[in-house]
Design a binder for this molecule. Structure first.
Ligand code: ADP
Ligand code: XUL
Length: 511
């Protein structure tokens, strides 16, 4: 059996698969907000950060590892686990002094992880992906290496506020002495993997590419980017390595405390988006994943690292080899919920019956679907921009919002240069048939829905099995199955209409 862990923004979840039977045999989860209220982080981060700062308390993540393993081991024999791999929210970073290695190597089962590891932290809090505080640092890094086009050519993304490099630079500028004391910087994913392995493990090319530090051609840390970020940084980073690397055996701590086998292997960790690519069975080009969660994300495998000339999209390593695109749309469910609540609607207004009240294409009424700041395309503002009069009937606005969101997604994914062959839809809103059909029609590709809620956790477990010799195509066929009857075909008669709508939407964006 194989164990996958996913340390996401709001929870740490664990999932065990049995490849012999092709089933998920165990799933548990620790919600940071409700299980660890002492950290006062109801949504997994410390509320009220100033100037765009969004940080989390790393001690909360340490405590959650003990809690999730206690749940896992309760009535379940963890010695059956052959290998474990982790996934984590991308970009977030933890900072430790030189005592980390000896602490990891000598963890005592009689004490908690938090008690034994938190003393090594050189930065009390960890910046996470929601942080937007590093605008100045992004500009400095870009200027130092010759512009954002160069940062993007090297690292697959322009300098981005939430990416780890700019966050490291901010720490170096704010507290140079603490930066100097820092011996090792981990991502959330590599940190959890390091705890399991009882030693610092390498950072994989999937999560590593979310740092503005990894050179996608050499797959090593880039000296110019390192120098532009902070002094002596290479010495403070774990090496970069392929995600299929076996990092070693699980630490004695987990053997003694939770009954894991001393022969259990730890596979390198990766970010939640690369991990979801595996969990959604989309590691080969042609299948696109659209996740409709709090934000909407669009990602797909790609062979060569093609970059977004506009600088909105990102390129990460694909855990199965090659690369992947990732585009993040901040106004996903956030905007859909805002419109739903403004009109006092429920989700049925966004479903088949609600959408049937208006014609496809909405008679040319196009909405800018940005109710709050947006990443793709970039829009900085605090108050919603509404280009529709408030008295426009609800059904017209609902259709306008949804068509605007998916036209925006189609427009801003064209740089990838591949037409969608198949779309795998996941996330809370994917269960909505009206929204799913609209996605099929706007992209003119069939849509399949998945029952799995935790694609990143499943991806981690599949990666663990793959690294130990299981065939990934076989694992995908067994575990990454669309829900029965969930497939929707595009209405091909609407192709010209949405082609025209795409042009109209692009013009509205420029206006
Ligand atoms: P995340 O993992 O980002 O927290 P989820 O993928 O769990 O988010 O999605 C949760 C969101 O899905 C909710 O915030 C809600 O807006 C949306 N959602 C749930 N059901 C529906 C539905 N039937 N139609 C549209 N959106 C829905
Ligand atoms: C990706 C990103 C988010 C986090 C959330 O660039 O910032 O998707 O990985 O978990």
């Amino acid at each position: 059996m194989f164990l996958g862990l996913d340390s996401s923004t709001q929870s740490l979840s664990a999932l065990v698969i049995d490849p012999a039977s092709g089933t998920i045999v165990r799933e548990v989860s620790v919600n940071f907000g409700s299980a660890l209220p002492a950290y006062r982080s109801p949504s997994g981060f410390i509320p009220g950060g100033k100037d765009g700062e969004v940080h989390a308390d790393p001690r909360m993540w340490m405590e959650a590892i003990d809690l999730v393993f206690a749940q896992l081991a309760d009535g379940f024999d963890l010695s059956q686990i052959t290998a474990v791999a982790c996934s984590g929210q991308q970009h977030g970073s933890l900072y430790f002094d030189e005592t980390l290695e000896s602490r990891l190597a000598s963890l005592k089962a009689s004490e908690s992880l938090e008690a034994q590891l938190s003393g090594a932290l050189t930065r009390a809090t960890a910046p996470i992906w929601m942080d937007t505080s590093t605008g100045a640092e992004c500009a400095e890094i870009a200027a130092a290496v010759g512009g954002n086009a160069e940062v993007c050519r090297k690292s697959g993304s322009i300098a981005v506020e939430r990416f780890t490099g700019p966050q490291i630079r901010r720490f170096f500028k704010q507290d140079p002495a603490a930066y100097e004391r820092t011996d090792v910087i981990h991502l959330v994913s590599s940190f959890v993997g390091s705890v399991l392995a009882g030693k610092s493990i390498a950072i994989d090319h999937g999560d590593g590419a979310g740092m503005n530090l990894l050179n996608l051609q050499t797959l090593d840390w880039d000296d110019a980017l390192l120098d532009a970020t902070a002094p002596n940084l290479r010495a403070k980073l774990p090496p970069a390595a392929a995600g299929t690397t076996l990092a070693g055996f699980v630490s004695e701590y987990f053997v003694e405390k939770f009954g894991m086998s001393p022969d259990c292997q730890v596979v390198l960790s990766t970010g939640d988006n690369p991990s979801s690519l595996v969990g959604m069975g989309a590691t080969a080009p042609g299948t696109i994943v659209i996740s409709l969660g709090t934000s909407d994300t669009f990602f797909a495998a790609m062979e060569k690292p093609v970059t977004d000339p506009q600088g909105f999209g990102h390129v990460f390593g694909n855990p199965a080899g090659g690369f992947m695109s990732l585009i993040c749309f901040r106004n996903g469910s956030l905007a859909r919920e805002a419109l739903r609540d403004a009109f006092g609607l429920d989700w049925s207004a966004f479903d088949k019956d609600g959408l049937a009240l208006t014609p496809a294409g909405n008679e040319g009424r196009r909405m800018l679907p940005f109710f709050g700041p947006e990443i793709t395309p970039r829009r900085d503002f605090d108050a919603p921009v509404r280009n529709f009069p408030a008295d426009t009937p609800a059904p017209v606005q609902v259709r306008a919002l949804l068509e605007g969101q998916f036209l925006n997604m189609r427009l801003h994914s064209q740089w990838i240069g591949e037409k969608a062959g198949l779309i795998r839809l996941t996330g809370g809103a994917s269960q909505n048939d009206g929204i799913a059909q609209l996605v099929a029609n706007i992209f003119q590709a069939p849509v399949e829905r998945f029952a799995i809620a935790n694609g990143a956790g499943l991806g981690a477990a599949l990666r663990a099995a793959h690294a130990c010799g299981h065939d990934l195509a076989r694992l995908s066929a067994d575990f990454c199955k669309p829900a029965a009857g969930s497939r929707l075909e595009p209405d091909t008669a609407l192709a010209p209409l949405y082609e025209q709508a795409l042009g109209e939407f692009a013009a509205l964006l420029k206006a």
